[in-house]
Ligand binder design. Structure first.
Ligand SMILES: Cc1cc2nc3c(=O)[nH]c(=O)nc-3n(C[C@H](O)[C@H](O)[C@H](O)COP(=O)(O)O)c2cc1C
Length: 453
């Protein structure tokens, strides 16, 4: 890799509860069969991606009290899937999104330590707060936790989990004690220490509190990909300066926005393909569902090929769509939609297709590789989480055609540089690392063998 150029990192997002999949494409496969997870993860590993990524949706979305019939209907639980993938992959990182709101530190610490052990140091946890009461109703405590407390608990949760990871084998010295507003723990950890010391922690959540939490605590951010280059630079710089403000080296906080790629043999063909993909994603019903979310009104009776509604969004009533972050900027967004629709004479569906374009890199493998690299050199991101429009074959072309171009540009690895996810991401060691001597893990080994002073 060329020294002066910043490297491009890539990750693979397995599509979940969303409208990214083009179901009308005959190549669309199952989002539930384990074979689909295996195929996508192995493709990403062939492309030397840093990690395979699973988002989390703990409750199917609903609109006006009914299941959102355009979503994938459920999916297998994150950690068992990643654990299964650990057995059929060798080098790629495995990052799972798990909320910090409804779980207990001892459980999370055991689960991610185990994934790290079984994958030989490839585990990562994407921390989300998912604190809407609707999701919370699935759990023992009901709605649970005001918005204002979400990140208080998340910070406490991650700190407690790391405390467990840092504790050693059962012995008197290693009581895990934590008395905090969220937890009252006096326990012991029964899982061997993670290979990475601390598995990698990402964070997703974009409010000021969310950004502060991520900048203070995480190794990386699953970030939004803003519409303009200036917004992306600002957002990137904001995360980095928050990290510096917390006394951290900003290079140790990696920014990974989620983006898509549409390819063609010429720019014109790529643009045509991109339009077909977005048209396949934004079906007439999806267009109306997305507009209903912004307007906070049920607009399913409108004509998707007709104009935007003349009335304004209803920002005062309870959220119509449950399980999806509410648009706090609905008034401004509706105004923007109107301006674009009027300027370009677009129907509802055409407008939603138009505004969904900003997340996609469109071009030939060569121009897309250059654009990805340019965004990294321009400090808009440190890497990308690629969201394919097809499962499980949606990254084949990227790996076969874009990765070699990135390598040609001198911005992409030709082999994995390390053996752990932390090493491959260029992150420093964290937490207590296990002793080289496996006997040190033996229960009953003398304290000095276990490294306990
Ligand atoms: C890029 C991104 C990805 C997210 N992915 C998930 C997810 O997979 N599961 C989930 O429950 N919440 C997810 N969230 C929601 C956040 O955890 C959080 O609940 C939400 O963004 C509201 O917090 P905020 O006000 O700090 O943004 C995601 C948020 C962002 C910005």
């Amino acid at each position: 890799m060329t020294d002066e150029l910043r490297p491009v990192h890539l990750a693979a997002h397995f599509p979940g509860v969303n409208h990214h999949t083009v179901w009308s494409d005959p190549r669309s496969g199952s989002h539930i069969d384990f074979d689909s997870f295996v195929q996508l993860a192995r493709t990403a590993e062939r492309g030397l991606f840093d990690f395979f990524f699973l988002a989390e949706g703990l409750r199917l979305r609903e609109r006006a009290g009914r299941i959102h019939d355009l979503d994938v209907v459920g999916r297998p639980d994150t950690l068992p899937v990643l654990t299964g993938l650990a057995a059929v992959t060798d080098r790629i990182g495995l990052i799972g999104t798990i909320n910090a709101t409804f779980n207990e530190p001892a459980d999370l610490a055991r689960q991610f330590a185990t994934l790290d052990l079984l994958s030989n140091g490839r585990a990562g946890w994407n921390v989300v707060t998912s604190a809407d009461a609707f999701t919370g109703e699935n759990f023992r405590r009901g709605g649970y936790l005001d918005l204002a407390d979400r990140y208080v608990r998340a910070a406490d949760q991650v700190a407690a989990v790391r405390q467990f990871w840092d504790s050693r084998l059962p012995c008197a010295e290693d009581l895990v004690v934590r008395h905090s507003p969220q937890f009252d723990i006096r326990g012991r950890f029964d899982t061997p220490r993670p290979v990475q010391g601390h598995p990698v922690v990402l964070q997703a959540g974009d409010s000021a509190d969310g950004r502060d939490f991520g900048a203070r605590t995480a190794d990386g951010i699953f970030a939004r990909w803003w519409e303009t280059a200036e917004q992306r630079r600002d957002s990137y710089a904001d995360f980095k300066s928050r990290a510096s403000g917390f006394g951290r080296d900003p290079e140790h906080l990696k920014i990974f926005p989620g983006v898509s790629i549409a390819l063609g043999d010429s720019q014109a063909e790529a643009e045509h393909n991109d339009y077909l993909i977005r048209k396949g994603q934004i079906t007439p019903q999806t267009a109306l569902a997305l507009l209903s979310h912004v307007w906070n009104r049920d607009l399913s009776d409108l004509d998707p090929d007709g104009p935007l509604p003349s009335f304004d969004p209803d920002v005062d009533r309870p959220a119509l769509v449950q399980g999806l972050s509410r648009r706090n900027d609905a008034g401004d967004l509706a105004q923007r939609y109107r301006t674009i629709a009027e300027e370009k004479n677009l129907s509802i569906r055409e407008l939603i297709i138009e505004v969904s374009a900003s997340r996609t890199f469109v071009g030939t493998p060569r121009t897309v590789a250059r654009a990805l690299s340019d965004a990294i050199q321009d400090r808009q991101a440190d890497g990308f989480i690629l969201v394919p429009h097809l499962t499980p074959s949606g990254l084949d072309e990227v790996v076969d055609k874009v990765v070699p171009e990135l390598q040609d540009l001198g911005v992409y690895r030709t082999e994995y540089p390390g053996s752990t996810l932390r090493e491959n991401l260029g992150l420093p060691p964290a937490g207590l690392l296990p002793e080289a001597d496996p006997a040190a893990h033996r229960v009953g080994a003398p304290a000095n063998e276990r490294g306990v002073a």
